[in-house]
Design a protein around this ligand. Sequence first.
Ligand SMILES: [Cu+2]
Length: 105
Amino acid sequence: MRTAPWIWVVVLVVSLTLAGCQPGDQKNPAGKEHPIKGKVTAVDVSKPSVKLDHEAIPGLDMKAMEMDYPVANSKMLEGIKAGDEVQGRVKMESGKYLITQLEKR
Ligand SMILES: [Cu+2]
């Protein structure tokens, strides 16, 4: 008995689809981005991270506070220094907060 040729097309399409959604969606189910706004109190380019005295973030159920945030890459900290008023975006990734966008305002 021969396998119908079309079955291999289905197998191929299904495996490509599954492979395609692995990096983002599976590791990062809660990867929704939220706006963040505040004042920089410290910058660490080597980590990279930024300390923000920020306003409340309702989407993350976080009140206004001062805390360190890991930054997606050190390039985002170019031109950013303590005392700057900034805004950006923050998300949860692998159980940690991550700043994905940051700019002076
Ligand atoms: Cu906070």
